[in-house]
Every structure is written in structure tokens, then in C-alpha cells.
Design a protein around this ligand. Sequence first.
Ligand code: PLP
Length: 368
Amino acid sequence: MTIKLSSPSYGELEIQAVTRVLQSQVTSMGYETYMFEQELKQYFGREELNILAVNSCTAALQLALQGVGIKHGDEVLVPSLTYVATFQAVSALGAVPIPCDVDDECFIDVEDAESRITHKTKAIIPVLYAGIENNINAVYELARQYNLYVIEDAAHSFGSKNTILRDSVFCFSFDPIKNLSCTSGGAIVTPDKELTDRIKDLRLLDVIGDTERRINGERSWDFDVKEQGWRYHMGNLCAAIGRAQLSRINFIGNIRCSVASRYASELNGLPHIRLLPINYETAIPHIFPIIVNEGLRNDLMQYLLSHDIGCGVQYKPNHLLTYFNRGYSLPNTEKLYSQLLSIPLHPMLSNDDVTTVIEIVKEWAINI
Ligand SMILES: Cc1ncc(COP(=O)(O)O)c(C=O)c1O
């Protein structure tokens, strides 16, 4: 049987949650969404945080950018090594995502980012790839120096104990395979109340005050709209699944951490591969990328696939995509792109599955 690269873990609680909402006949945004936001706030343990549940992290990023005032023609620094969602969120506003190089640990290369700043640059989006946030202080320092907004793409990072220490804007993903899954969803988390109030309306087509009315079970028959809004809110069904998942996050997180810790100790020091330095005591890992020596990645990929083990390349750099290509190369990103390979990491893996993955990777590394 195939060992999947990624998978959610839905159980009885999620099934009960879906049933509860369907039986209530209220699947649009309302009580469950409100409760999910409250419970997320409790989970983060910081009363001053504001949480807005939306229908994806892509939507969260776009709304956060619009909320801080990013508009047509503005430039936003983004590491090229990210899912295309980060780039699309910027370009959806008519702004221009500027691809930046990454360091050896897949984190935005701050020097490269600085060299791409122009008078049009208004924001920077550090992507917490695999939960890594090594050089994050340098990102904030750069932002302070050049007066840039920081919006963190924390799609991979829900459940990381070091996340949410910084007073900017965090965008999480609750898509099917993330650490917490609503089937599809995301959240904007920030201590900035004014920004939150603005985005709250933007996520509901900018119908002013619609969130409060929906939570009270009312409809907006007479309302005003002041700017371009989007239908990006999270409905009760996804929120109820999210609440069930949140109540199981320690269980889910512990499995992810223990799988990743086994990989980290048992694959460490093998010939031809290198591992990223992630501390599994402070972060729930979303993906487990290994870095294979140049020229060998596809060989390992084929070897794993031939043993029915799922694997993938996260991610194709955005500056190599037709739409986002700006005519320059990013050497470290391109090198990593040819070397990265993600191996299975999710809460449905059994110990035997993990042993198989480790054995097959070892077999390949020793015999190649
Ligand atoms: C780094 C990164 N950013 C953004 C996203 C977009 O998340 P969503 O699918 O919730 O829109 C993803 C999803 O895979 C991601 O990996």
C-alpha cells in the first residue's frame, strides 16, 4: 500500500461537528465561526490578539495586504521558494510580487531582498517554510529601516510555539493537509485592532458590520460598502471542523513531531543528503524536506516512488513561472529547487510506515 506524502486526520469529532452544523441548517458564517475564532485566541493565549477566520491562507494574505494599504503598482518582497499562493495573493491586488532568493535553510535571504528594494516597495512577506524562522529578526530590522509592512506567511506554522510572538500580521492555512485542517480555511492573526476591523468587512464583500449581524443570526438588508471587498469568510461547516481539530491539536502535533524527530535522528549523517535544522520541541512540522546532493534528487524520488512511498518537491520557484518571471535568476533558490525532496509527514502514518520510509532512504543513500 502506498505511503502517502500528506494526509489530514479526521475522526469521530470532526464527523460529529459536520453533522451538528448540517442538522442546524446554518452552514454559512455564524456561531461556529465566532467560536472557532475565540478558541484560536485561547489557544494562542494572548488576550490582545485579533483573529479572523477566512476561507484560505491565500485569502488571508490578500486581505492582510489590502488591509495595510497595498495597492496597484506597489511592490512586495517574497521569497521565490514558496507555494504560488503567496505570489497570487500579492498580484490579486494588482501589486507586484518581487521574487527574492533564499538562504541554505530555505528562508528569505535578507541581503538579496534588500538589494531589490525600490521606491515602490511597501511590504515583505517572510514565508515560514517548514516552520523555519531563523533570520526573522533581520527581516523585521530591514522592514523598520525601509518602512515596510511585514506580513508573515505562516501557512506551515500553525502550532509552532515560537509563532505569534511578533506584533505584525500572521496568515495561517487550514487547508486539507496543514497541521490543522478545516478542509479549506485560513486565519489572520494580529494584535492590530484597527487593521482587524477593516479586514473583517473586506472578507465579507466589505458589507459594513456584516460579521456582527451574521453572528447574531441576522441578515444585512440595508448596508453600505466603501471599497473593493471579497467573499472570503469562513462558514460554519469549515469552522466546526476546525474547532474539532483544534481540540485534537496536541494529539495531531505530537504525531507529527515524533515522526519528524525519528527522521531527524535516523536519517542524520547519511551520505548524499542533508536535513534542515528544525527544533521539534518548539514547532509542529508541516513538511519534512530533505536536501539531496546535486544531481541525485530525481534518483531518490524515483527510488521512493518505486517503493510506493509518496514524495514531492516543495516548491517550484515562482520566478521560474511564466506569470511571475522578472528576467533574473536566483542562484540559491534554483540550486535548492533541484535538491529538495519532501518525504511523508502526516498524522496517519504508522510507526511501521515511518520505519519503511527510513529504511528505503537509507538503502538508497548507502547503495547509490
Ligand atoms: C507557504 C504557503 N503559503 C500559502 C499557502 C496557501 O494556503 P491555502 O491553500 O490555505 O490558500 C500554502 C498552501 O499550501 C503554502 O504552503
